[in-house]
Design a protein around this ligand. Structure first.
Ligand SMILES: [Mg+2]
Length: 262
């Protein structure tokens, strides 16, 4: 594929952590890239597995970092999980491990959260977790309740380094109960992207997925036949194949700019 063909795509879907930002810092060139895509009239989405914040909070933190508010929207595994529960009639008795703000988001969207007698257990990125809650979660799993995790990432990249994420919790729970989730909603599960496409009203041929992880972002792109752009220091730039690779998001911006005749 030629670079001009990449620019013909109408919708750019970016991963957040490790791709456009790290902690509360934008990656070099990421803000400029969003501005550039905005000027070209592209639709821009941030699709994140990170369920430790609501989409509104994700958007607010990105705007505070300098990302242009009017250019992009955020869709997260929190949103996709809520929609999955509602669509599949699993919203009646839910025990949720999540931070307070995400818990409130579930309630706002009509999910009935319970402490006792749950039918469904949902594991989100709970940075406020207590042993008491973790223990309850595991004991309910032994009673054979349905088990849903928001996403599979083992770690989340931050300025301090990679911190334990939901995938690490899944592993700990597996040790304690022998159980693995019945369903994992976030990337690379195509369900999260299909919901985003339907919200955006676009078809997959018009989309580019940009991310820093092969096992989530690029796997998602490749299962849906969507063009992928991998931002990773571990490979060199190349053109062709199933996805493009750049060391940094700044290199991707330069590449796109060189493809525009100005
Ligand atoms: Mg990432």
């Amino acid at each position: 594929m030629m670079k001009n063909e990449l620019l013909k795509k109408k919708v750019f879907v970016f991963d957040k952590d490790g791709t456009i930002s790290l902690g509360n810092k934008p990656q070099d060139g990421a803000v400029e890239l969003f501005q550039f895509l905005g000027e070209l009239g592209k639709k821009v989405y941030v699709l994140t597995n990170n369920s430790s914040l609501t989409s509104l909070q994700h958007k607010k933190t990105l705007v505070e970092m300098g990302f242009p508010e009017e250019v992009f929207e955020v869709y997260s595994s929190t949103d996709a999980t809520i929609e999955y529960l509602k669509t599949n009639n699993l919203d009646k008795r839910v025990f949720l491990m999540a931070v307070k703000q995400v818990e409130e988001e579930f309630i706002r969207n009509g999910i009935n959260l319970v402490e006792d007698g749950p039918e469904v257990l949902v594991l989100a990125f709970d940075k406020e977790m207590t042993y008491e809650k973790f223990k309850k979660f595991c004991l309910y799993l032994l009673e054979d309740r349905m088990y849903i995790a928001t996403h599979p990432d083992i770690t989340c990249p931050t300025l301090e380094g990679p911190i334990p994420d939901v995938g690490s919790m899944i592993a700990a729970i597996k040790e304690a109960t022998g159980r693995l989730p019945d369903m994992v909603i976030g990337k690379p599960n195509t369900i999260i992207m299909e919901r985003l496409l339907s919200h955006a009203g676009v078809s997959r041929e018009d989309v580019v997925i940009v991310g820093d992880r092969l096992e989530t972002d690029m796997k998602l792109a490749s299962s849906l036949g969507i063009v992928g752009v991998l931002i990773s220091k571990h490979s060199n730039t190349y053109e062709g194949g199933r996805f493009f690779t750049f060391n940094r998001i700044l290199d991707f911006l330069c590449y796109l700019k060189n493809g525009v005749n100005v």
